[in-house]
Write a protein that binds this ligand. Sequence first.
Ligand code: ZN
Ligand code: ZN
Length: 280
Amino acid sequence: MLFDTHSHVKPWSHDSSQTIEQLLDDTAKKGLAGICLTDHYEKDMFYERGYEDIFDPDDYFAALSPLRLDPKTAAAQGKPAFLIGAELGWLPHLCNHLLWLTASYPFDSIIMSMHVFDGKDPYVDEHFFDEGIEKVYPKSIAAMLEMITSVSDYDILGHFDYVSRYYKQGNAKMLYKHAPDEFDSLFRKLSEDGKCLEINTKTTVRMRSMGYSYAESFPDQAFIRRFLELGGEHISIGSDSHHYGDSALIFDEMKDWLIAAGVNKLTYFVDREPVEYKIY
Ligand SMILES: [Zn+2]
Ligand SMILES: [Zn+2]
């Protein structure tokens, strides 16, 4: 049984349509061991709603804590675990604020994500790829290294291949060979710090919608190989579910791919501590 480490619900995430009840129902139907809710906390960002895309952490924990079910209790009750985390959107000036947030509330798991690169957001900026992916992809990975060097209080590096979801010219799939030095530096830092690399299944599904074949849609296996070679210990699998029915998205397929890439265990976090489980 797999554990989904990345999911969103409304009203806490601005771009999510599912409720917490729907997410928990979906989690049970999919036969997951558990799920961690990781709603967006995007300080100083204003997407669709016209106000800042953060949740009030007091309200968040007041609403969700009664539903929390730790893995041991959940297993005893024959239910999926439900844990409470957040996906933090990093911007260079937010380090102290994010440190305050993670130190002040009892999150199970913190995903550190980059949605804005050097002031530009691939989700909304049509000129994001003007320099071509040969320059933009290495820069995006170097920017993530800068992020995880400047903040250490996180558990999982979210969707390292995020920008590739928004490249519309074909051949969008991110490959290790696009930025070998940058990937090596990033993976080395993650390994040294004992942090977790996320495999985000939403990117794979996105590649399929862009025309990649089933076999080609999966991430480049070189990522996993290099991460493990450089001492990486923790890998998580996240659906990035925003809508009802999307949790555990293509998890069985991704599990087979992970095993083929040489992975035999995955990680989720409880009370900010890694929990490993075997996948074969
Ligand atoms: Zn994200
Ligand atoms: Zn997300």
